[in-house]
Structure formats: structure tokens, C-alpha cells
Design a protein around this ligand. Structure first.
Ligand SMILES: [Zn+2]
Ligand SMILES: [Zn+2]
Ligand SMILES: [Zn+2]
Length: 145
């Protein structure tokens, strides 16, 4: 039996006129199993070892597709690298990103979320999604100063 994310993914690909391929499914699986935020390069490197048919472009396009459909979240490190995580059955959260070691802390704060809603309302703006990233130094890197 197919799991819910795979069903949703199939529908997404169909709606874009794209074929369900083993490579695309492998990318989704990788993202679903990842314990942390993964970069497209991580995904490409690990999957390409097992399947030489998987290309960088497929990885990038698939991640983009998932992100635009609201099934993946993107974060950006201080050096510009991107990392992704899936959003299937995961509650909303925001990120703190260390500019030294690129570690990522996840947080959620009801007050911040509420204020964002109120501000949007004030500007008659309908928020669909948001990304809140705080850049700085993590506890470990801060100690090394
Ligand atoms: Zn948030
Ligand atoms: Zn750090
Ligand atoms: Zn996260």
C-alpha cells in the first residue's frame, strides 16, 4: 500500500503532467526519512551512488515542485546554500540558523505566529505561508569567541 505522501506526490506530478518515476519517488523517500534539513547536494550525492540515472536537475526540480505545493520547506544558510525538509504531518515551525556551523534549531512560538497574523490582517494581506529565519551563532559556536 502506498503511504499518504506518495499518493499526494503522485497527484502533484499528474497535475503538472509529469510522470511518476523511480528517481522522483526516491527523492521523496529521502526527504521523508531525513532526520535533519538536507541540501540538494546531499540528496544528489547519496542517491546517485545507488542510481546513476538520478541527475542534479531532477533533484532540484522535484524539491522545487514539493516546495511550491507546500509539501516541503526551504531554509537558506548564511553562505547561500539551501536545505529542505518535508512538511507531511509535521507541525509548523521556524528556524534559527548558525552562521558558523550551519546548524539549525527549530522553534515555534504562538505569540510570534499570532502577531504575524494580526499584522497581515492590518494590511488586508492574506498570508498563505511564511518563513521566519533568525541568523546568528549557536550555543557551541558562541563559546569559541
Ligand atoms: Zn512561523
Ligand atoms: Zn554553530
Ligand atoms: Zn525545520
Amino acid at each position: 500500500m502506498k503511504s499518504e505522501p506518495h499518493k499526494v506526490f503522485e497527484q502533484l506530478l499528474n497535475s503538472k503532467g509529469l510522470k511518476v518515476t523511480k528517481q522522483r519517488n526516491d527523492i521523496l523517500d529521502y526527504l521523508l526519512k531525513a532526520k535533519k534539513h538536507v541540501t540538494p547536494e546531499d540528496i544528489y550525492r547519496d542517491l546517485n551512488k545507488k542510481d546513476a540515472n538520478i541527475g542534479r536537475a531532477t533533484v532540484f526540480r522535484t524539491l522545487h515542485l514539493l516546495e511550491n505545493a507546500g509539501f516541503a520547506d526551504k531554509i537558506q544558510f548564511a553562505d547561500g546554500r539551501l536545505a529542505y525538509e518535508h512538511k507531511f504531518a509535521r507541525p509548523h515551525h521556524d528556524h534559527m540558523i548558525c552562521v558558523e556551523c550551519s546548524s539549525v534549531l527549530e522553534f515555534s512560538n504562538a505569540t510570534i505566529e499570532k502577531i504575524q497574523e494580526e499584522i497581515s490582517k492590518k494590511f488586508m494581506f492574506k498570508p498563505l505561508w511564511h518563513r521566519h529565519e533568525i541568523f546568528g551563532r549557536c550555543k557551541k559556536c558562541n563559546k569559541m569567541d
